[in-house]
Design a protein around this ligand. Sequence first.
Ligand code: UD1
Length: 325
Amino acid sequence: MTQIKNIMVTGGAGYIGSHIVQFLCDKGYSVIILDNFSLGLHENVDPRVKEVIEGDILTEQDINKAFSHDIDVVFHFAAWKAAGESMVDPAKYARNNIGGTISLLNGMLHHNVKYFVFSSSAAVYGNPAYLPIDENHPLRPTNYYGYTKLIMEQNLDWYSRLKGIKYGSLRYFNATGYDINGKIRGKEKNPANLSPVVMEVAAGIRAKLQVFGDDYNTRDGTGIRDYIHVTDLADAHLLAMDYILEKNENLVVNLGTGSGHSVMEVINIAKSVIGKDIPYEIVGRRAGDPAKLIASSELAHKLLGWQAQYSDLTTIFKTMCSVYF
Ligand code: UD1
């Protein structure tokens, strides 16, 4: 295996990025973070990181500064991720998730960096033609966020064919929870995802939760998702890096548990774990939301030996409690 000198993590102070950085530091890797701190938090940056560059993937100078470190692998998390917002402000998502990622890839070509681990999403699939969704499922995103992830996966494929980049694209289902060891404690700023919003309501930061639609064709009418703990995701990222380096091959895999929970089920489990009421109201559907998404992660299991360990909702909310209370 190639000897890894330095690893660049864009968005390394963000929600998922900070968890991956912690795992990389635990394994003794030398990590350089490039983060513009628009959502990232200094308190979530692991103190073992070699350098934190406060900069932007859209600024060539900042990218070059990060690549001046003799980077072997790039992990890319610096992206907007609110599916609902992407439907009302697509330009914001185009600029950063597409434009920023292209700049980063061009920086890799310029500095002869070959390996890339990409934070992709189940949102690339859109409405399921069948469940659970495997990697051969048609790619028809129903929100603009998912489109930005899909187009970047397609670009990665081109850059791989034309320029020899090797990439791992990890299609997360619904990332949630906090560091199982309780070291990452900074709360996400202005969250839009279900579980942090539930926690904000339980902690009294918000008055109530809005449930986006109870007229879906699901067991209780609310949307069903496959929730995956961020510590499980972190584990998969390291395995994905090892895979692309050792095999010198690309990798595209789902990361989920294979089972789904409705919004109402999430509320009820959260209530019992937290021991507090979670006031909610039913409102209209959010644009771009499919009724039900559940992953098949058999490929990740087969290729990486990966399996979720911490992704039951009780563990998920227990790890969130240590951050919100
Ligand atoms: C979306 C993407 C997912 C991506 C994630 C990143 C889709 C289909 N999925 O997840 O791949 O990783 O964004 O952010 O695009 N809900 C409420 N009230 C709220 C918030 C959410 O009822 O205040 C409901 C939603 O309608 C949905 C479920 O909770 O049924 C989960 O929503 P959310 O946490 O926002 O994630 P997704 O949109 O599923």
